[in-house]
Write a protein that binds this ligand. Structure first.
Ligand code: ADP
Length: 334
């Protein structure tokens, strides 16, 4: 299943780098998180302490990685980037940790996917800036303590519920990233249009912002697709009409739902009479991984009021039936 929301086009990644906000002042929205983070960082700087470890949770594309890089910039330090799945063996993590310089930021994306032994090593590293390296196997094994330079760990996760208690407890500051309001996404695409040199008109910006699933990464991607359309099929200016016509070509509907989002709602309604149905059954029905449906599609469908989570499973709301052009049954929640 190809979906604009779920999959990264590698050719787009360079452009995405160029659009990344570099400073807290360039970072749009998330006012609450920004304020709290500023206090955490500047409090520590003022005392001369190493700032607490930070955990960002929320759906993909909301700015977790960008904020982590901004933290390093604000602290005047370097950032090392890795991810949970890359830390399969504790040795991988030990190598990473022992290479940190004093004050560095270590960013671990998808931290909920870290393997258990590496996670356990992380506990001591986070608490005491220390690791125990186990050398050898069986009864002859010895552990060699290794001092680490003080560092700040920044973890990002799309599933904070999947983090173990002990790991979660070791973060001094946890921030949940919310979907962005359309006005905020308008600011994001205007800024990006400025950087990319796109002739983006006000109504075009509003149209793109309204169809970006509350997500800056999607807003930026749609801007680039609409720009292509504007250059090939129009005079280059991104107006509302041009944006609408372009997004139709890319299967993005008025609510910003893409093909996978609509497939999920379609399966829920057509194959399971609107639910309730379990997430894994639903994922099989659309031929996607459960984690993609749960972490990429579902949060926005819930937020848009199209899907509800109940103790017995996922249920399509009356709005979802209507969005697909169907009459909701009596039992559909409002
Ligand atoms: P995440 O780590 O949550 O998946 P990223 O930090 O990688 O998200 O953000 C994806 C892209 O979206 C960035 O490259 C940047 O272009 C854009 N972006 C995200 N958040 C913001 C923001 N608050 N302001 C401006 N652009 C943003």
């Amino acid at each position: 299943g190809v979906s604009l929301a779920a999959h990264q086009d590698p050719a787009d990644q360079d452009v995405e780098m160029s659009l990344r906000p570099r400073k807290l002042s360039e970072f749009v929205g998330q006012a609450r998180v920004r304020e709290q983070l500023e206090l955490v960082l500047h409090g520590a700087l003022k005392r001369g302490d190493q700032p607490d470890h930070v955990l960002f949770s929320g759906p993909p594309g909301l700015g977790k990685t960008s904020l982590s890089m901004i933290i390093a910039t604000e602290l005047g330090s370097s950032i090392r980037v890795t991810s949970g799945p890359a830390l399969e063996r504790p040795g991988d993590l030990a190598a990473m940790l022992s290479n940190l310089a004093e004050g560095d930021v270590l960013f671990i994306d998808e931290i909920h996917r870290i393997a258990r032994p590496a996670e356990e090593m992380l506990y001591l590293a986070m608490e005491d800036y220390r690791v125990d390296i186990v050398v050898g196997k069986g009864p002859g094994a010895t552990s060699i303590p290794l001092e680490l330079a003080p560092f700040t760990l920044v973890g990002a996760t799309t599933r904070s519920g999947a983090l173990t208690g002990p790991l979660r407890d070791r973060f001094g500051f946890t921030a949940h990233m919310e979907f962005y309001a359309p006005e905020e996404l308008e600011l994001v695409v205007r800024r990006s249009a400025g950087i990319l040199g796109v002739d983006l008109r006000d109504d075009g910006a509003a149209e793109i912002a309204g169809r970006s699933r509350g997500t800056p990464r999607i807003a930026n991607r749609l801007l680039r697709r609409v720009r292509d359309f504007a250059e090939v099929r129009a005079d280059g200016a991104v107006t509302r009409e041009v944006a609408r016509a372009a997004l139709e070509v890319y299967d993005v509907d008025e609510l910003g739902l893409d093909r996978l989002d609509r497939a999920v709602l379609g399966a829920l309604i057509n194959s399971f009479h609107g639910g309730p149905v379990g997430i894994s059954t639903l994922a099989v029905a659309v031929g996607e991984e459960s984690s993609t449906v749960e972490e990429v599609c579902e949060p926005y469908l819930v937020r848009a009021g199209l899907l509800a989570r109940t103790p017995r499973g996922r249920v399509a709301t009356a709005a979802a039936w209507r969005h697909l052009g169907l009459t909701p049954p009596q039992h559909a929640p409002g």
